[in-house]
Design a protein around this ligand. Structure first.
Ligand SMILES: Cc1cc2nc3c(=O)[nH]c(=O)nc-3n(C[C@H](O)[C@H](O)[C@H](O)COP(=O)(O)O)c2cc1C
Length: 391
């Protein structure tokens, strides 16, 4: 009896720790870890993921910048968009959400977002994630520059899959060219340049003493905050504040395939991105890890879509956990969405099979809501299918 109570307590603890992901989820009666076959929503994966990985790995994945207002706002914004079934429902079998994104055929408008260091989630790491995304109807995957597995090795894991490379600007153009050569020679045709996170120290786990955090620059060397000097002492990261549009012009010349700019939250930046040669943009606040008290990505999506006016594809991320979330983002102007944390939950919880199931679950949830709204094709999911109550 005492043992059963203890087991209940331990099984309950992941739920308590999983509060960063706002959503009602009363799993307090759990006495055992659910199996892959029992996963019903993306949220089911998170406590299993929590139980499998080291606490700092969980914290790194779950948290956001500062007070995490923007992290929560990313989720809450979806609550303020209603789905309006303007047409009669159709059978899911009549729904075909396929499209082409910059030469990549997509069965569903869903992409794996670049997230760093996946080997700590599961020994298969990025290669496992790529195998899973390729197995899930050939889902495009964006590989973080901070990958724990080299690009060529990841790409070899799933021949026939499509892998694009994400990159943070490097001030030195020779080093930039070297990185571009590495990505493109490995077979990554599309390049994503992430332009947010310029000065913030986004990982709360690295700065919050409740997480045992220290100031990030000293992490590797064990330097304490007190030993740091200048701006770094106050958590100001100078590493990325120099970004310019001229840099994007230089990168444009180095990229032979599609160039995607990630981290756009402003219509004027979207216009400039097009002017400076971007083939697509990602409306993203880095999953609430970039600048606390910035807007949720969903809130700014409609005005950015208006500014872009169909000239280039718009991708969207930050906060997507359900098929209805994807539907709303598509309706508000996105041509596709990227999944960040959820894919990490899938891989960390059940390895390749888990990541594949997670992606397929969201694909099918999207089909289901599209069917309920009578949307047989992607263009049917548009402004008329939602009502926004965002202020
Ligand atoms: C643990 C973690 C690591 C990330 N690493 C990167 C990265 O290396 N490069 C990048 O452009 N974005 C990175 N992101 C941001 C994601 O690409 C994406 O914008 C974000 O996760 C979307 O929000 P979501 O997690 O709510 O889906 C990371 C996100 C997380 C959660």
């Amino acid at each position: 009896m005492a043992l059963a109570r203890m087991a209940g307590l331990m099984a309950g603890s992941p739920i308590a720790a999983a509060v960063a992901q706002i959503d009602p989820k009363p799993l307090s009666e759990h006495r055992r870890v659910l199996s892959l076959a029992e996963m019903q929503t993306a949220f089911d994966f998170e406590p299993v993921f929590f139980g499998n990985v080291l606490l700092p790995v969980y914290d790194y994945t779950a948290h956001g910048d500062g007070s995490e207002f923007t992290l929560r706002r990313n989720r809450q914004a979806f609550d303020w968009v209603d789905i309006v079934p303007v047409r009669a429902a159709i059978p899911p079998s009549q729904v075909d959400l396929s499209s082409e994104l910059l030469g990549v055929k997509m069965k569903f408008p869903i992409i794996v977002a670049p997230t760093a260091a996946m080997v700590p989630l599961h020994p298969e790491g990025e290669t496992g994630m790529f195998k899973a995304s390729a197995a899930a109807s050939n889902t495009l995957m964006m590989l973080s520059v901070n990958t724990s597995t080299p690009h060529a090795q990841v790409i070899a894991g799933a021949p026939g899959g499509t892998l694009w490379a994400q990159f943070y600007p490097l001030e030195n153009l020779t080093n930039t060219q070297r990185s571009m050569d590495t990505f493109q020679n490995a077979g990554c045709n599309g390049i994503i340049v992430t332009i947010d996170q310029q000065s913030s120290f986004y990982e709360r786990t690295q700065q919050d003493r409740n997480f045992g955090g220290r100031v990030a620059p000293g992490r590797a060397t064990g330097t304490t905050a007190a030993a740091l000097t200048g701006a770094a002492r106050y958590r100001i990261n100078g590493g990325r504040v120099w970004y310019t549009w001229q840099y994007i012009d230089a990168v444009r010349k180095m990229v032979k395939g599609p160039l995607v700019l990630k981290g756009i939250l402003d219509p004027e930046d979207a216009r400039l991105a097009i002017e400076h040669g971007a083939d697509a943009i990602i409306v993203s606040n880095h999953g609430g890890r970039s600048m606390d008290y910035g807007p949720s990505s969903l809130e700014v999506l409609p005005e950015i879509a208006a500014a872009v006016n169909g000239r280039i594809p718009i991708l969207f991320d930050s906060g997507i956990r359900r098929g209805t979330d994807i539907f709303k983002a598509l309706a508000l102007g996105a041509n596709g969405v990227c999944l960040g944390r959820t894919t990490r939950w899938g891989l960390g919880a059940f390895g390749i099979a888990g990541a594949q199931r997670l992606i397929e679950m969201l694909q099918q949830e999207l089909v289901q809501v599209a069917a309920a709204c009578g949307c047989a094709k992607l263009p049917d999911i548009n402004k008329t299918t939602v009502k926004t109550n965002l202020v």
